[in-house]
Design a protein around this ligand. Structure first.
Ligand SMILES: Cc1cc2nc3c(=O)[nH]c(=O)nc-3n(C[C@H](O)[C@H](O)[C@H](O)COP(=O)(O)OP(=O)(O)OC[C@H]3O[C@@H](n4cnc5c(N)ncnc54)[C@H](O)[C@@H]3O)c2cc1C
Length: 227
């Protein structure tokens, strides 16, 4: 397996890093040609076969490639992410270690952002002004700080980590690794880079898609053209 070290900062304290990646566009062709054992013949000729496979959902050759990502994201993003059951996960344990000290604080622009297309992104309909958003942002930061102080106090007093964490917000950052094959990564991107997905997971899915595009440029071009 080739080791890669591509990392991109996301949100205010997060990141996504491609830890490892196996396979290539050529390997997908080789897998498809197992039936006749003819192997990879070369680009651009084999682009026709790759396109045929993708457009006609001959999907198993795309399952022959895999990628592992390390993600630092707010807990609420990790909860959305882990709904994707075809990925394998390992996450930092808040029972054995203290959680990191960072919380996601949305910008004022993000707090004000009302997406009229995306139902799940809409507020109650009340008009939020920039001044109010700034005040809420400050209150959020204060709330996070209070939670962090209580967490620290409880740990110092001997409360088990697995219980002290109860006071932390879902904005607290967590770190996990996720592994999937290329086909399932693309299904994940289809759902989570979509405009209906929440902005905070979309930015990770966009970065993940770009990293896959570096490793599998021809497959990603087909994915972007045909979905
Ligand atoms: C914009 C958006 C909004 C969402 N809102 C909500 C919400 O409000 N509430 C909520 O609970 N969830 C919500 N979800 C999560 C969503 O319902 C899915 O759980 C999540 O997107 C994972 O999709 P998946 O099941 O296709 O993925 P995976 O779990 O990776 O599964 C991939 C595919 O494998 C098959 N599969 C896997 N497991 C099973 C199984 N047990 N039985 C049958 N087929 C299976 C299915 O074909 C599935 O599409 C939302 C997702 C998105 C993208």
């Amino acid at each position: 397996m080739e080791r890669m070290n591509r990392k991109q900062e996301i949100l205010d304290h997060g990141y996504i890093e491609m830890v490892e990646c196996m396979g290539s566009d050529e390997r997908i062709i080789e897998a498809a040609r197992m039936s006749t054992q003819a192997g990879f013949k070369g680009w651009p000729g084999d682009e026709r076969l790759l396109s045929y496979l993708w457009r006609n959902q001959h999907s198993s050759p795309f399952e022959m490639c895999e990628a592992v990502f390390e993600i630092k994201a707010p807990i609420f993003v990790a909860r959305q992410w882990m709904r994707h059951r075809t990925q394998s996960y390992n996450e930092a344990s808040a029972r054995y270690t203290e959680l990191c000290t960072e919380d996601y604080l949305p910008t004022v622009e993000r707090l004000l952002n009302v997406d009229t297309e995306n139902k799940q992104a809409q507020g109650t309909g009340a008009e939020l002004g920039a001044w109010d958003a700034e005040v809420f942002r400050r209150d959020m930061a204060q709330q996070y700080e209070n939670a962090g102080l209580l967490y620290g106090e409880m740990l110092e007093a001997g409360v088990p980590k697995e219980l002290a964490r109860c006071v932390l917000p879902v904005a607290r950052y967590t770190v996990f690794r996720a592994k999937a094959n290329l086909l399932n990564w693309l299904k994940f991107v289809r759902l989570r880079a979509d405009s209906h997905a929440q902005y905070e997971i979309r930015v990770y899915a966009d970065a993940l898609e770009d990293m896959l595009a570096e490793k599998f440029p021809r497959t990603l071009a087909l994915f972007r053209e045909h979905g």
